[in-house]
Design a protein around this ligand. Structure first.
Ligand SMILES: Cc1cc2nc3c(=O)[nH]c(=O)nc-3n(C[C@H](O)[C@H](O)[C@H](O)COP(=O)(O)O)c2cc1C
Length: 184
């Protein structure tokens, strides 16, 4: 079951630098694309994350219609779908139907969440900065949730493997948590 995550802890859902699936649009008309260029930039009041998007992406066109997006965290079980929706555009095809990813209503934003993903950040775009062909989207997280079996304030890699982009069709997995004891 997914539990709500307090916004001052929401950044831990994407902190391990994992690949994410971003959804834009509405329940009636949505699209999904893969992102590896993402990072938390502010922990709380508000919690903010940064996404770097190429302006040509169809998902970005939908995001700009309501300035809302969902960041969904896939696990190893969604490797093929994650790669696929990052290789083809949703212009002219329904990537949800094609990949088997299931859109479900979000808590507070219009774009859907992806049911099979283990964590979700619901975001509103609050600032945009252009750099060459890309836009830097500063997003405020307005709701967060994560699968309680896999997330105890951080992902539990012994139970859930986030995906980490390497190159081409290669991804790495986080499989083990270790603790440093020198300083807290
Ligand atoms: C692992 C991976 C990571 C990606 N990261 C980004 C990214 O951070 N920003 C971006 O603009 N595109 C990124 N892409 C490319 C888009 O996901 C891809 O162009 C996608 O097909 C766009 O779909 P759309 O046109 O339906 O929106 C990535 C692709 C893969 C496979």
């Amino acid at each position: 079951m997914k539990k709500d995550v307090p916004l001052n802890q929401a950044k831990w859902i994407i902190e391990p630098g994992c690949v994410v699936l971003v959804t834009g649009g509405t329940m009636e008309h949505a699209n999904v694309m893969t992102f590896s260029w993402q990072t938390p930039i502010h922990t709380s009041d508000p919690c903010m994350v940064l996404l770097v998007v190429n302006r040509v992406r169809y998902t970005y066109e939908l995001i700009r219609q309501n300035n809302e997006l969902a960041i969904n965290v896939p696990g190893e079980n969604l490797l093929e779908q994650t790669h696929r929706v990052g290789m083809v555009t949703g212009r002219g095809i329904d990537k949800f139907a094609e990949s088997g990813l299931t859109p479900v209503a979000a808590n507070v934003i219009q774009p859907p969440l992806i049911e099979q993903c283990a964590g979700h950040l619901e975001c509103r775009v609050i600032e945009i900065h252009g750099v060459e062909t890309h836009d830097l989207l500063i997003c405020e997280v307005v709701h967060a949730s994560a699968e309680e079996e896999y997330f105890d304030g951080a992902w539990i890699p012994e139970k859930f493997h986030t995906l980490h982009y390497m190159h081409g069709n290669k991804y790495g997995l986080l499989t083990r948590r270790v603790e440093a004891h020198g300083m807290r």
